[in-house]
Each structure stands twice: as C-alpha cells, then as structure tokens.
Design a protein. Structure first.
Length: 245
C-alpha cells in the first residue's frame, strides 16, 4: 500500500467519539509543483520519492483528534538534529512529544520515530509513513487497544526499564560480529554508549534521557539508526555497570 492509499482509506472512514458523535479525519490542502520544488530544497538527496510527491500533491497532511495536524511537509530542523539531522516533523501532541520521519542522505523516506520527553526515550514507531498512517487509522477505530496507543503509552515505559537503557557498551560493540557496528564502535571513545536500531522491530528504542545530556557530544553513524552517545556518568561507573557478573 502506498502512502496516498493509506491516507485515502483513513479519510474515507468514519469513527465514533467517546460521547457518541461521528468524527472524521480531514485532509490538508495539497501542494503545487512549484511548492514541492521549494520543499525539495529543504531535504537531502537529489529528489523526492515519487509516492511522496503523489501524496503531497493530493494532501500536505491531515487533522484528527488531539493532533493539531499531521504534516507531511514540516521539514524545519528539529531540536534533536544530532539524532535526526534530516527529518519531517510529522506531529506533536502539544506536551513536548513528537513523531519524526527520518530521511537519509539519498533522499529516501524511512522509518518514523517517536521522540518522547517524559520519559526521555527514542522509539521506532513505524517502518514507514504508510505504516504510520495505518497506525493512526487503526487507533481511530480501536482506541486505546490499538498498536499506536500501546507503543506511545506502554512502549516507552518498557524502553525506560530496559537493562542499561537499551544501550550497549563500546567494548561490547567492538567485539561484535557485525562489521558496521564493530567499525563504528572503533571510532568512539571508550566511555561512549552505543544505541543500535538497525533492523529492529517497531517498539525498539533507547532511553537517552536516563544516561545522556543533549549538551554532551553524540555521533551518528552516517545516516544509519546507529548512535554513539557520551554518558553523563564517569567511565568507571559505566565499566562497573556493564561488567559481567
């Protein structure tokens, strides 16, 4: 299914609010080709995927429920640009939490991540924009039982409670059989932590706020979902934490 097909399915459906009223998602106005050309200039790569062009010509986003709007064209720099240098900020919930679509340096539109501030967690929300729209659609039909809600509610707390916050030590990464992970870890200072969301299922993530300050230096491996973060604590603390029992 393409993004425009997922969006049209959502727009054509009708839902019932908690007080019994009928509600629907509404589309935002699409862009003209000159406007799309201006948007391209804000994004990496030489072009924009054809299915995205088709989508935003039809609609630049939609409104539903507590979202002010879900936008496919908000390409301004996000304030965690070291984590996500090239993103479309799809939506915010008004309380400091955001859904971000990651774009690689070739211009390919990739997974959607949930940047939660309380707890301070980065979580993989959806594999693609299509999947994200489908999650919203299912949430509109199923409410709190839907995957979208479960991820944003229970999922982030599961990540916060992960052993070591979902990180691995640089020492462990250096001994990995994965050459990308191993070579990346070799570029990091020994006290750094590694967050690896490559090929991980939705709901995966790391609790960066428990261990890391945005004022500290961080390193992303090219445009892969692979990061090296400097911990708040001393190297000795982390050596003890990751020491095998």
């Amino acid at each position: 299914m393409s993004p425009i097909q997922a969006l049209k399915a959502l727009l054509n459906d009708r839902f019932t609010s908690e007080d019994g009223k009928e509600i629907r998602a509404t589309a935002l106005k699409g862009l003209t080709m000159p406007e799309i050309d201006d948007l391209r200039k804000l994004l990496p790569g030489k072009g924009m995927p054809d299915e995205i062009v088709e989508l935003i010509r039809f609609s630049s986003g939609f409104k539903y429920d507590f979202f002010d709007e879900i936008s496919f064209i908000n390409a301004d720099t996000f304030n965690l640009e070291a984590f996500f240098p090239n993103v479309v900020e799809l939506a915010g919930d008004g309380t400091g939490n955001f859904w971000l679509l990651d774009i690689d340096y070739e211009g390919n539109w990739g997974p959607v991540y949930y940047a939660c501030h309380e707890p301070a967690v980065i979580m993989k929300q959806a594999e693609s924009l299509t999947d994200f729209i489908k999650q919203i659609h299912n949430w509109a039909k199923q409410g709190d039982d839907a995957l979208f809600f479960q991820l944003c509610d229970e999922g982030v707390n599961k990540i916060r409670k992960l052993r070591n916050g979902g990180f691995i030590s640089t020492q462990t990464a250096k001994s990995s059989n994965d050459p990308v992970l191993r070579d990346f870890a070799a570029t990091l200072p020994p006290e750094y932590l590694v967050a690896d969301l490559r090929n991980k299922p939705i709901g995966s993530g790391f609790a960066w706020g428990e261990y890391y300050s945005v004022k500290d230096k961080d390193i992303r491996c090219k445009d892969l979902p692979l990061w090296g973060l400097k911990p708040k604590q001393s190297q000795g603390f982390w050596s003890k934490l990751f020491r095998r029992k």
